[in-house]
Every structure is written in C-alpha cells, then in structure tokens.
Design a protein around this ligand. Sequence first.
Ligand SMILES: Nc1ncnc2c1ncn2[C@@H]1O[C@H](COP(=O)(O)OP(=O)(O)OP(=O)(O)O)[C@@H](O)[C@H]1O
Length: 611
Amino acid sequence: MRAMRPMPRAVKGLACLLGLWLLAPFVAGMVRLGDADWSGVDRAGLVRAAGVSMASAGVATLLIGLFGIPLGYVLARGRGWWTVWLGGVVQLPLALPPLAGGVLLLFLLGYGGPLGGLGLSEHFGGIVAAEMFVAAPFLIIAARSAFAAVDPVLEDVAATLGHRPGAIFRRVSLPLAWRPILAGLVLAWLRAFGEFGATVMLAYHPYSLPVFTYVAFGEAGLPAMLPVLAPTLLLAGLLMVAGHWLTRPVARGAAPRMAPLPLPATRERAEASPRHLALAIHRDLPGFTLDVTLESRTRRIAILGPSGSGKSMTLRAIAGLEDVAGQVRLDGGDLSPLPPEQRAVAYVPQGYALPAHLTVARQVTFATDCVPERAAAWMGALGLEALSGRYPAELSPGQRQRVALARALSRRRVDLVLLDEPFSALDAPLRARLRREVLAVLRGMEALTVLVTHDPAEALAMAEELVLLDGGRVIRAGPTADVFARPGSELAARLLGAEAIGDGVMLPDGRIDLGQGVGLLVRHPVGEGADLPPTGTRVRWSARPYQIRLAKDGAYPARILWRGTVRDGQRPTRLRLGDAELEILADPSCEADGACRVTIDPGCLQVWPAA
Ligand SMILES: Nc1ncnc2c1ncn2[C@@H]1O[C@H](COP(=O)(O)OP(=O)(O)OP(=O)(O)O)[C@@H](O)[C@H]1O
C-alpha cells in the first residue's frame, strides 16, 4: 500500500473547524434531551409522516436514478452548446430557494397549470414531484463528474473489442462510475427525505415528516421537537451507514478458470499472403493537421516518428476511433463507414486501457469474440497466470501492457492488429522475448499489423514496411530495409537512429568520395548500386555509432582525434574519416591511437541527397 503523505496543518485545521460546526447543532440538541416533551406527540401521525417521507424519497430517488444517470452520462460525454445549456438547466433547482421552486411547480402542476390534470397537488405524487425537483441535481452532478472521470479510451477500446454502445455503457462506463453515482443517489435520497419548502407549496397533505415537524413546532413549540426529530435523525443516520456500506471497496471476484492451449504460432504455419491497406485521411485540429496518404501491400507496417507527429492518431483513425475525413481501405473494402466494433481490430493503445473493475482474467477475455483457449495460452505465454485474480491497480506498467496484448490477441477474428508502442514498458530481455513471440504469432495470422514505435530497431525487427511521420505527414514510406538504406532526408535518417553523419559526393562505382582519397562503398539492399543518387550528387551518409568499427585490416584509413571514458562496455571515440568527423562507439580493448583503420559494412549505410 502507498505510504501516507503528511497533510498540511492549516488544511487539517480548517477541515476540523467546519466538521465541528456541522456537529455543534447535534450536540446542542443532545444537551436539551432532558427538556423533551413526549406527552403531546401524535405518535400515529409521526409514524405515518415518516412512512410518507421514506416512501416518497425512495420513489423520487428511483426516478432520479433512472433518468439522472443517463443525463449525467450525456452531460459528461456530449459536445456542443446544447450540453452546456442542459448542464446549466440541471443546476437551476439548486440556485432557487425551495419555496420559489414550489411556486414554479404549482404553476406547472397546480390547478389550472398545464399538467394540473394529473392531480398531483395535495397528493403523494406531488411530494415525489417536489422532491425530484430539488434532489435530482445532487445525483446528476455526481453522475456527470463520475462519468467524466472515466477515461474515454476505455470505451474506445471496448468498442474495438466488439462491444456496442449499450454494452459499453453497462459493462465499462457504469461499473467504473458506480461508486460516486451511488454516493449521489444516497445524497439525493437524503435531500428528498428532508425536503420541505417545495413540498409545502405543492403538497401540504399528506404530511411528510418535515411538514409534520413544522406543524408540530407551530402547535407545541421547541420542547415537542426532540421527539419529532428523533425518527428523522435515526433514519438519516441509518441511510448514511447503508450508503457507506454500499460504496465500500468491492471484494475481489473469482477469476474464471481456463484450460490453456498452445499459442497459434507454435503450430507450423506458412506466412499468410500480404494485405492491401490504403489510407487517405485528413484531420484539422487547432495547431495540428493530420494528412496521411499511404498505400501498402504487406503484412506488417511500422509507423515511426517523433513525439506528437500523429502516429497514435493515425492508428486510432484506422481503428475507427478518430473523427477523420477520407478513407481507410483494407483489401479494397472501405472501412470508413464501419464503427470500431465492426472493423475486426486487435488494438493495444498506449495507456493499456484496462477498466479498473475487471480482474486480469476478465480483461483478457473481455472481447465479445474472445477464444478462451487462446486467452489462456496468451496468459501463459505472457506470464500472467499467477496474476489472473488481480486488478489493474495491482499490476506494474509492464504487466498491464502484457494484459492489453493478451486481450487484443485473444479475439477470434482479427483483420487488423494495431499496436501502439506495445513493448515500451517492458524490460529489455522481456521485450526481446515478447517481440519474438508476438512476431511469430503475427506471422501465422491472416491479419495486417500496424505497429507504432519510437524504436528503429523494433521497426526493423518486426515490420516489412516502414512509414516515417513528421508533423502529421508521411515523409518517407517503403520496404523497411529500403527506407533504412535511403531515408531520403536528414530528419528521416535521424528518426532511424543516425548519429554519425558525414558528407560526400557520389562516384560512378557506387562509392561516396569522402575527400582525402577515401571512397566509401555503399551497397543498396535491392541490388549493387541500384537506386543510388546519380554520380556527382552531393550526398549525406550515416551509420550507427556501433556500425563503424576499428579494425587493423579495416578498409578505410582514419585518424583517432579523441577517446572518452568507457561507459556501458563501450568507449566513445571521435575520428576523422576523409573530411568527416564522426563519433563512434569503439571496443574498449582496442588500443589504437592516432592513425588507424576502420571497417564499415556497406549494407548498413544510409545515403540521401544533401539539401
Ligand atoms: N484535441 C486536440 N487538439 C489539438 N491538438 C491535438 C488534439 N489531440 C491531439 N492533438 C495533437 O495531435 C498531434 C498528434 O498526436 P498523436 O497522439 O498522434 O502523437 P504521437 O505521434 O502518437 O505522439 P507520441 O509519440 O508522443 O505518442 C499532437 O501534436 C497533439 O498535440
């Protein structure tokens, strides 16, 4: 459990003062208990009035809950002027003195009013109507805040798992918001139970408990009040205790048992055929425009880009969760008109989106078309079996990420696997193992995978095609090896991890003239010399710092300019190669100094025309 942080003294002092002020009238009443006059109390009338108040408050609260919970949801999720207007309207009864509220209700429900024919005036129904009017805002405001606190991404992910809006409301939004809503219902009942002003205007008869108290006060004065107040205090106290009990933390539910089967990927399967994804999507936001056009025939695409470049938005647009213009086509079929629950996607969002009220086992089996055996297999493969009864709050970020992965991959039918940084919270060995396992499963699936990542190595390991995004636009796309070899711009090269960058001029034999007689050999993955910038073009080139190695028999002469201290088993070393100065990570055991030779694999070089 989290350690308690000390509270500021001033805050505690102010809180206690208000608590004392609220308690003071009760103490004052207790002190006067001895003066209570029980003789003149109409006990039968008191019991009747208490019954009327309990029943009317109960009916009013039921109706308030039935209509107020949906209204709270609409206010929390709705957009536009009418939600603002509606939000103001529901607070009006709070702003009015209850007597004024009663007068307005009389205009509506009294004799001659538009709803006077209902005959609610001087009727039990009138008490309920008055209580609803004054007590409803308590529940609506509580429900609106409770729903607003539910992360909309949880609802989005539930939609991608096949749940329709009604089911999402019942299975995600309502359970997550339930405890504050229950507290709102208790408050509404208490307010309805104690309601006097509006009731006395609309329905003086039959006596509710507050009206009975008022009448008794008028007839017998203060000494008769204590016996009359006793049931009020008792009932209110009982309800508060019941409310506290109802809103206590819920007990842990038992996890369903599942018999694990081997993962689909462990069965030998040939890699499925490529799929055709065509994107032409556009979205204008204040300060950001997403404009992605992309055509790809492959099985696994990685989207790489700096933070805020639109990677997640693109993924969400493919899932149908983003309000974009344009089209998302898969194998020629237009997905754009389909809601997320009909797009057959396995979506792993960045924040994992695990509803707090479901155990790990229930999270993993949450999809409408979950295959329980597959879920069990994934739980085993991802090391989640021992955690199956835990709630998300009891998991580490890495464990939550694994649950989100298992949930997405346990669906029966998946056309698109959409992974938003699915391995980012995992430690390096687990990340490497999971990458391998997930890749093996993806190879065996018919689905097309779109992976969002910051990690060029992950993109290289997992994707056949690579898309580089910057500022909401595609700056380079193509086969992964091709994009790595020809990033096309310095920005793209840096996104791919280029750090050692030099200049040169293309020579006719597929080499780059680095100056001082050094001709750097470049091999294009598609074929020797193919698709290289034309001879004479000024180019920039790069390699990763660890891809330039000091070696006695290296192909190129170089000069060491500076050697740093060993860090993480490598020594940062600056050297001159031709006219370029490069920083590399050298093997610390290498003692070379001054003149040296280096080797660079021609296949790892990235080349692009200088701007
Ligand atoms: N409601 C909004 N109004 C204005 N801009 C928005 C809104 N929502 C998102 N953005 C902007 O859209 C851009 C793309 O967001 P997105 O989440 O797709 O980025 P990303 O590339 O996934 O970033 P990261 O790698 O940090 O997750 C960001 O620059 C963000 O500031």
